[in-house]
Design a protein around this ligand. Sequence first.
Ligand SMILES: Cc1cc2nc3c(=O)[nH]c(=O)nc-3n(C[C@H](O)[C@H](O)[C@H](O)COP(=O)(O)O)c2cc1C
Length: 157
Amino acid sequence: MTGSVKHLLIVYHTKTGHTLELISACVRGASDPLIEGVELRVLRAADAGPDDLLWANGLILGTPENFGYMSGALKDFLDRTYYEVEGHLSPLPYAVVISAGNDGSGALRAIRRIANGYPLIEVQEPVIAQGDVTAAHLEAATEIGMALAAGLEAGIY
Ligand SMILES: Cc1cc2nc3c(=O)[nH]c(=O)nc-3n(C[C@H](O)[C@H](O)[C@H](O)COP(=O)(O)O)c2cc1C
């Protein structure tokens, strides 16, 4: 462990469970026993607020694509927290996992656009699971969780 405990916040919405599968894989990766000194906080978007963002050193966002956009619940989380954290947030390293019926690009574009202003810095390639969540999607999501946590622990982010 190098230095103090780092905080990884995971905020997601899911309606039918696919995004939660991806998020659970992120959590598994971030909980790798080789990574010490990183505390996780995993919250549904409706339950997350500005204090959680101010606590965080890194962030993973998970959402289904709904109507070509992120879910309303994740957007609401960003809406509810933007002014509250403005000026108090060091740029947060973040990554995204998305579950989509057949696309996902609209949700990703919307998140990236808002992240620019937040500010959030995307540090891992997103995972977009189109259709069924496959073993490959879960592996990639696990790697996202591990990379964020390991990067925070190592002081890379
Ligand atoms: C209201 C609604 C809108 C949706 N819009 C899209 C969409 O624009 N593009 C897409 O690829 N899938 C769309 N889907 C499919 C979901 O993204 C997909 O079922 C996803 O796996 C749901 O994730 P969840 O199980 O985490 O809720 C939509 C589903 C719902 C319920």
